[in-house]
Design a protein around this ligand. Structure first.
Ligand SMILES: Cc1cc2nc3c(=O)[nH]c(=O)nc-3n(C[C@H](O)[C@H](O)[C@H](O)COP(=O)(O)OP(=O)(O)OC[C@H]3O[C@@H](n4cnc5c(N)ncnc54)[C@H](O)[C@@H]3O)c2cc1C
Length: 391
């Protein structure tokens, strides 16, 4: 059936309204500072919210309908991920949070029928969790994936993996990891079950952010053996597959975090309207007004850049250049917005009495992961000079 653009628009609008209601009445009330670093507690809340999201017809907006999702394209998804992203718990509730969301992309694109049955189906249903293990402590892979030290060696028909990974989001309690390891034929992705001998979760790394499902884990692989069926996609194509997941993952992060930063500013605006200083509400002070206006400008520009990328993704066009620019701009803009929200709210802004300080802490690492700002700037500039791009 051909859906007319205006009726599709109306459908997305009503979906967003229903989602807003869900986020306001189900997700936000379940947030609590004590939950931010409680991996088990978070899992329990997310499980419960997923049932409600499914019943409300809001589950997995990013997945095709035949896989149980809502089948939204990128442009339609933008406002939905933004709305879900207003709550720390929203993306998890809808099962559109990393690392499971980009892992599903890898499994859909490169998984064998057996891998899809064993790993993708339960991930989609939310019965288990996963993680993606690429980053290593020095001297291993960080910004430069070419420094990959984790290796997989063929032993007959099996592979033996040795290596050390860290900052692996979702690792604590994950049922399996998609592990990037070097082989003689090049970097390769392996699906490794968490119970496997030689697979060790060393610790949950304490960090400034919160509400990360499964924390950020440090993992060791010591003579960890897997069969040939553990290879995801083709041997030697690991970097290519890792790259394939990054562009959609980055753009989804931008959309979710625009929601998070908007919520911080909403709270700050309410504070500014209600708080008086020297006989005037803060909202009538020009320097406060400037912070609010600059934040609206940052959010508007962030939305437009994300939507532009989304349009190109929907059209099947390359977003290499645009997604790098969008990731830099949005990651820095949403942080500026959250920082201004803290400033407008004075001492209350840094407290745990409102979500604003956690939003700020959660947005800060976004300038580091999915490619640090400096790395993307270097790549953009190289492309500009190589291809002679006009400004
Ligand atoms: C919250 C969070 C979640 C994460 N989740 C995962 C995960 O699930 N799985 C996973 O594999 N990894 C994950 N990571 C790791 C993330 O991918 C790395 O932090 C990132 O790739 C940078 O690597 P690094 O930390 O080793 O920094 P380094 O490579 O040591 O770089 C440090 C800094 O040096 C500068 N720099 C580096 N290279 C350049 C360059 N070429 N030009 C200019 N400046 C440069 C940048 O300022 C950079 O921030 C996560 C990180 C964070 C913070």
């Amino acid at each position: 059936m051909n859906v007319r653009p205006d009726s599709r628009q109306a459908d997305i609008g009503s979906l967003r309204e229903r989602l807003k209601h869900f986020i306001d009445t189900e997700a936000i009330p379940r947030e609590h500072p004590a939950l931010a670093h409680d991996v088990e507690g978070l899992d329990a809340v997310i499980r419960e919210l997923r049932q409600k999201a499914r019943a409300a017809g809001l589950y997995a907006p990013q997945l095709p309908i035949e896989l149980g999702g809502l089948g939204l394209g990128w442009q339609d998804r933008a406002g939905i991920l933004e709305e879900a992203g207003r709550s720390f718990l929203g993306p998890g509730a809808l099962n559109c949070a990393p690392p499971d969301q980009p892992n599903m992309i890898n499994l859909v694109r490169n998984g064998t029928p057996e891998q899809r049955r064993r790993y993708l189906e339960p991930l989609i249903e939310g019965r288990l969790r996963s993680c993606f293990a690429m980053t290593e402590p020095a001297p291993g892979a960080g910004s430069d994936p070419g420094m990959l030290k984790t290796c997989a060696v063929r032993i007959g028909k099996r592979w033996r993996i040795n290596g050390h990974k860290w900052f692996i989001s979702g690792a604590v309690g994950a049922a399996f990891a998609i592990v990037l390891a070097q082989t003689e034929e090049g970097a390769t992705l392996f699906i490794v079950d968490a119970g496997q001998p030689g697979y060790e979760v060393v610790r949950n790394i304490g960090s400034m952010d919160g509400y990360q499902i499964g924390g950020h884990g440090e993992l060791r692989f010591i003579d960890c053996e897997v069969g040939e069926e553990a290879v995801l996609g083709e041997v030697g194509k690991g970097f290519e597959y890792a790259q394939e997941r990054l562009e959609p993952a980055r753009l989804s992060h931008c959309m979710r975090f625009i929601g998070r930063a908007s919520r911080a500013m909403e709270i700050a605006q309410d504070y500014a309207a209600g708080r008086t200083s020297f006989g005037k509400p803060l909202s009538e002070l020009q320097q406060v007004q400037a912070m609010v206006a600059d934040s609206h400008i940052d959010l508007h520009a962030s939305r437009l850049m994300s939507l532009h990328c989304a349009g190109r993704m929907d059209a099947g066009e390359s977003v290499k250049h645009e997604s790098a620019m969008t990731k830099i701009f949005v990651s820095e803009a949403v942080y500026r917005v959250a920082d201004r929200a803290v400033q407008i709210m004075g001492a209350l802004g840094i407290s745990d009495d409102t979500p604003v300080s956690m939003i700020l802490r959660e947005l800060r690492p976004f300038r580091i992961y999915d490619g640090a700002s400096e790395l993307h700037r270097a790549t953009i500039a190289r492309r500009v000079f190589r291809e002679g791009l006009r400004p």
